[in-house]
Design a protein around this ligand. Structure first.
Ligand code: FNR
Length: 378
């Protein structure tokens, strides 16, 4: 980890250490990847105003997220299959987040179950929910999140229809999963990864296994899961979730002002401006492009969170300047996990915090609540 200086280094190491099918699953986007690219290109197009001779000796990244203290305006986003990037990946990522003093969000599509994580970490974590067709199962999942004392529910609303990632099909990351000689040879060339994953607690979807009969049959489990995405989902379902989840609710996957205004009526405390990291609607705008208008429209009614394309502390600063109160990262920490487990995730968080502190200093800012569009060059 000593020679790792940026998130790109973690990505390169992840790529070397983890089988191609899982690296690509993490790295790639849907269809022509226009939105995936736009997330980065639009971010990099935003330039800062350099300010000099301002006393920046008291810089501090601490803030609050959903009313709770956080050491920085950063959240680990829900990322599916973390346990395939590194054995017990969800537990390692959660521990790294808690040690750094920021929230971790567990995906519905995790390898470890809610209970596996709850038994392995000190503090509450957030749980991300996909509302599937089997509402009895979803109700049960929410009860499990309540029993595990999850401190927020992140309801993801942009996966009613599933965008296609060409790389996943080519790599056999399909339902059912496809095996090939080249895939097996690739696995065999990464023995450290194989033994790490085999030592992990579960090798299926931990939150779903147990619900589906014969879950030892991976094909069956994958097929059931894929058949459960509900194209009829609508705002009434959000009301239903609200009625059975008593805690803080975050609606994730908003890109449109009208949808943001609708979300503000649900009683949810926060929304995440997100295009699912360029993995869903290809051709949708970058998240950073739509952030200012959404923050203007509902920023006084809900906490605005942001994700999509954050690879540095500079990017966090850009999103805060354009109206976000905090940022989620997905790939940035998943690369860290693939590169080096918990230490790799800790490294990703540390890199971003240090870059944020430096950027604040060079823009003449000491506190997170001082960051607004004055730090942006027009
Ligand atoms: C995701 N994302 C995601 N979101 C969600 O709500 N539930 C999930 O299970 C997943 N799974 C998932 C897997 C992988 C491999 C990635 C990269 C992303 C989306 C994620 O929460 C977040 O919105 C994006 O990752 C943000 O973009 P960046 O930070 O990856 O550019």
């Amino acid at each position: 980890m000593k020679h790792i200086t940026c998130i790109d280094d973690l990505r390169a190491l992840h790529k070397r250490r983890v089988p191609k099918a899982f690296f690509d699953y993490c790295d790639r986007g849907s269809y022509a990847e226009e939105t995936l690219r736009a997330n980065r290109e639009d971010m990099q197009a935003i330039k800062f105003r350099q300010r000099i001779l301002v006393d920046v000796s008291k810089r501090d990244t601490s803030t609050t997220i959903l009313g709770e203290p956080s050491t920085m305006p950063l959240i680990l986003a829900p990322v599916g299959l973390l346990g395939m990037q590194h054995g017990d990946g969800e537990i390692h990522a959660c521990r790294a987040a808690q040690a750094a003093g920021i929230p971790f969000t567990q995906s519905t599509m995790s390898i470890c179950s809610i209970e596996d994580i709850a038994a392995s970490v000190e503090k509450p974590f957030w749980f991300q929910l996909y509302v599937m067709k089997d509402r009895g199962f979803i109700k049960d999942l929410i009860q499990r999140a309540i029993a595990a004392k999850c401190s927020a529910l992140v309801l993801t609303v942009d996966l009613q229809v599933i965008g296609q990632r060409h790389a996943d099909i080519k790599n056999g990351m399909t339902v059912p999963p496809e095996w090939s000689l080249s895939k097996l040879l690739d696995f065999a060339s990464k023995p450290a990864w194989v033994s790490g994953v085999l030592q992990g607690k579960r090798r299926t979807f931990g939150n779903i296994a147990g619900h589906v009969k014969n879950t030892e049959d991976l094909n069956r489990l994958a097929e059931w899961t894929a058949s459960q995405f509900d194209t009829s989902l609508n705002w009434k379902d959000v009301e239903w979730v609200r009625s059975i989840w008593p805690g803080k609710l975050v609606i994730k996957g908003i890109l449109d002002v009208e949808d943001a205004e609708e979300a503000a009526k649900t009683g949810a405390q926060a929304l995440v401006v997100s295009n699912h990291g360029g993995r869903q609607l290809d051709g949708a705008p970058s998240s950073i492009e739509v952030l200012p208008e959404i923050a203007d429209a509902v920023g006084d009614k809900m906490e605005i969170m942001f994700d999509g394309g954050i690879r540095s502390g500079q990017d966090v600063m850009r999103a805060l300047a354009l109206g976000a109160k905090s940022c989620m990262i997905g790939r940035a920490y998943a690369y860290g996990l693939g590169a080096g487990g918990q230490a790799g995730v800790a490294k990703a968080i540390d890199i971003i915090q240090k870059e944020l502190l430096t950027t604040m200093g060079l823009c003449g800012v000491n506190r997170i609540d001082e960051i607004d569009d004055h730090v942006i060059a027009v």
